[in-house]
Design a protein around this ligand. Sequence first.
Ligand code: F0G
Length: 461
Amino acid sequence: MEHLHRTIIEPFRIKVVEPLGITTRPEREQALKDAHYNVFSLHADHILIDLLTDSGTGAMSAQQWASLMIGDETYAGSRSFYRLEKVVQSLTGMKHVIPTHQGRAAEHILFATLAQPGMVVPNNSHFDTTRANCEFFGGLALDLLRDEASDPRTDLPFKGDIDLDKLRAVLVEHRGHVPCVMLTVTNNRGGGQPVSLANIRATRAMCDEFGVPLFLDAARFAENAYFIKVREPGQSHRTAREIAEEMFRLAHGFTMSAKKDGLVNIGGLLCMDDDVLADNCRTRLILTEGFPTYGGLAGRDLEALATGLEEVTDEDYLAYRHASIRYLFDKLDALGVPMMRPPGGHAVYMDAGAFYPHIPAWQYPGVTLTNALYVAGGVRGVEVGTVMFGRPDPNGGHDECASLELVRLTFPRRTYTQSHVDYLIECIAEVYRDRAKAPGYKMVRQRPVLRGFTAWFEPLG
Ligand code: F0G
């Protein structure tokens, strides 16, 4: 789109509408209490704007809905699989295209197949499920971000870059035990920060030097490609699609949660060039996911994904997506709300620790902020701090805390409009104004794994 005006608009109009859960403040207070002050336990009917995740929560296009109708449900050899295979091969250049029901299934099969004693897998930052699958098969999952990228205040264009010195040291130390190097594009754990093309190229060169394959975690590959286009010197003349094609061709394989940049509500991919690895992965796939031409998905899902992958590199869409997140970030920045900088590709991360300096990490400022935002406006964000990544003290003392107390406001794709964002800004402004009197929380129940999803809280004081 030729941008004649300053306002970057949603590049679509709305054909199907879905009512939002409109509630009163007392209703929200009650709903939160009933949910034991954990927004994961809220009912969708009580949520107005849901920014919990961008995973599988986006809107499909008219073309994708049309694709559903031509989905071919043949068990083996589905026409829709062959279409998806062609679309993925054209985008990525990968020889083997293996569908899975979502990203973590692809990770599970990959690590099950690569597993070896003493396995070490370096990554810029492993997403939770990637780490969990690697560790489940006995691996050591290493996060090798550059030190300056861990500080939420440093404003660098490619905070997702892997630290090449750290990577070399790992490849030397664990020579023979690294079955693959991974790069998560964009880096979800690090705030949706992109990886530069220069860094992907250099990582590939290092992988070649050590004879180790490079795998991308490509959940948000299109957002990453767009950041390269607009931020990396010498890339602005290329299309996001061309950049994405190069990113994939620099890798030997990738896992993908298609619920993000596949623009579908369910689906994943595991792709690679290596014939033997692919054969072994397909054998596992049949055990847990399904026959290799559907991998746990319906034919219509494969068809919608093929269309989504064709649509997602559209630059009008990517420019709008980028602008809508930037818009929220800039408005909150003007209010003085502390955030992780710069804004990432799929979310704005508020720094709850700095928002509530009077609440120590072991009283969960991220929960305070998440809950205050829900009560103020029915908006659901998610705590990414000590609840999610900290650990209880076995002696009953304070938790071992996370390094940052963040709250993620994640944007579903093509779902909310600018007026929703304006409303959101109003809610955050109110919460920010009232920050001094906000209480911390205590955790009154927790499970031994992934406690964030099921923990119960009570407000202090
Ligand atoms: N890799 C990345 C970078 C992810 O962000 C996710 C999911 C996965 C893998 C796993 O994929 O959910 O399809 O099995 N991230 C979601 C989120 C859940 O909210 O960030 P999945």
